[in-house]
Design a protein around this ligand. Structure first.
Ligand SMILES: [Zn+2]
Length: 105
């Protein structure tokens, strides 16, 4: 089943915009970034699809942690993201469709 990634994802009180950024890894040193002040989730547009999907889950875990004050550290965010990824992608067979997310510089 394909699920279209929306341009905005509302977690807690606030909508976060989802953006695919070219050269994010080169410029910011990571495949994904969540900014809780600007309420943006940025994912490197150059990532292969599976890694891009997993990176979005990882950043969403950070947003959920921030929104609901879970205080997850990086290692636990990664563990939860891996578990969610296995459930969504490996068990349910969900695929993410990024066609609504424009690539920005
Ligand atoms: Zn992280």
């Amino acid at each position: 089943m394909k699920i279209k990634i929306p341009r905005e994802i509302k977690i807690g009180l606030y909508p976060y915009s989802v953006e695919a950024i070219s050269q994010l890894k080169l410029n910011e040193g990571c495949w994904g970034v969540s900014n809780h002040v600007r309420r943006k989730i940025k994912i490197d547009s150059g990532l292969p699809l599976l890694e891009r999907n997993q990176t979005l889950i990882h950043e969403l875990i950070h947003v959920i942690s921030e929104s609901f004050r879970c205080s997850l550290d990086e290692d636990n965010a990664e563990r939860l993201a891996n578990g969610m990824g296995e459930f969504l992608f490996d068990n349910l067979g969900i695929e993410f469709d990024w066609s609504d997310i424009p690539t920005k510089e």
